[in-house]
Design a protein around this ligand. Structure first.
Ligand SMILES: O=C(O)CCC(=O)C(=O)O
Length: 301
């Protein structure tokens, strides 16, 4: 199978996990977030938790290295440096079931249990993982965007758990616009290679490209990151980076989680990941056969 668009959102392998892999998954171990942490996340749409996944850094780096070295053996490899630009800006997603270190993280780390608490959900369902690497010399900004309009899901109970795999100065780490998740306005997805908006025939969406200049300095959250630090952020929180040159390798491993109210939706244009033929109707939960629930509690915390 090969699907493609001009910007690299293609794959030569099936992104779907096999029923055997799904059947073998365990449930995420327990961990406890504090009330203050969950309140901060709900208010700001982002929270940094230092050292949360320090024990996972070596394994996730090893998995990401394979993902990058044989990128066409995995789903949706993408390079986003424009011709003539330096460095490398690699990302790839939907490979957690092919890469043992990623599969271990989703089911053996406390990510799912913590995701449920931050979403205030009774369960955490895995949407996918997404990995990033900017190599030294890269000067490609991650354009300001939020993730929900890229996705074929809708709802408010969601979270990305983004694990930093390298020491990253605040100048090149992802920044967030605090509180932006509480706006009902959705912005067109943007191509990472040049910041251009996706072509979407959706009159309800706006372009974020002209808006950046109006962001208030006091609302921007910047963090210098160490390996193992975790940023948890809402799919609706606006985020992006500057184009300051990357001086040392900067890798990250992110998992995207769905809570109780998240349902399948059909967007007016291309989605990313471009997941097709899910066999589900708009408004229905995402199928467990492809998007497993990895932590289930008795009630929302
Ligand atoms: O690490 C980056 O530069 C991009 C991260 C991002 O956009 C995301 O995780 O949604």
């Amino acid at each position: 199978m090969k699907t493609s668009d001009a910007k690299g959102n293609y794959t030569t392998v099936d992104w779907r996990p096999s029923p055997d892999v799904i059947a073998q998954l365990g449930s995420s171990p327990e961990a406890q977030a504090t009330v203050d942490q969950v309140d901060l996340y709900q208010r700001e749409g982002v929270i940094l938790i230092r050292g949360l996944f320090s024990d996972w850094v070596d394994r996730l780096r090893a998995g990401l290295q394979r993902n990058m070295d044989q990128s066409d053996d995995y789903a949706f490899p993408c390079d986003s440096v424009a011709p003539g630009g330096g460095g490398r800006f690699f990302d790839s997603y939907c490979n957690w079931h092919r890469i043992p270190e990623y599969a271990a993280f989703v089911s053996e780390s406390p990510a799912a249990c913590l995701a449920a608490q931050f979403m205030r959900s009774s369960r955490a369902q895995l949407f996918h993982e997404h990995v990033f690497c900017k190599e030294p010399g890269t000067q490609t900004a991650t354009p300001w965007h939020h993730d929900l309009p890229y996705y074929c899901v809708d709802g408010r109970q969601n979270v990305s758990v983004y694990v930093s795999l390298d020491a990253t100065p605040a100048e090149t780490a992802v920044r967030f616009l605090a509180g932006s998740h509480r706006s009902s306005q959705l912005y067109f997805p943007r191509h990472f290679v040049d910041g251009s908006d996706y072509v979407q025939d959706d009159k309800t969406m706006a372009s974020v490209t002209q808006l950046e200049a109006s962001f208030r300095e006091e609302d921007i959250r910047r963090f210098a990151l160490e390996p193992g630090d975790a940023l948890l952020f809402d799919f609706r929180t606006l985020h992006g980076t500057t184009d300051a040159p990357i001086k040392a390798r900067r890798r990250a491993f992110s998992t995207r989680w769905l809570g109780d109210d998240m349902v399948y939706c059909e967007r007016a244009g291309e989605t990313s990941p471009p997941l097709e033929d899910l066999g589900v109707t708009p408004g229905a939960p995402m199928p467990e056969s492809m998007f497993p629930t990895l932590w289930q509690g008795t009630a929302a915390s």
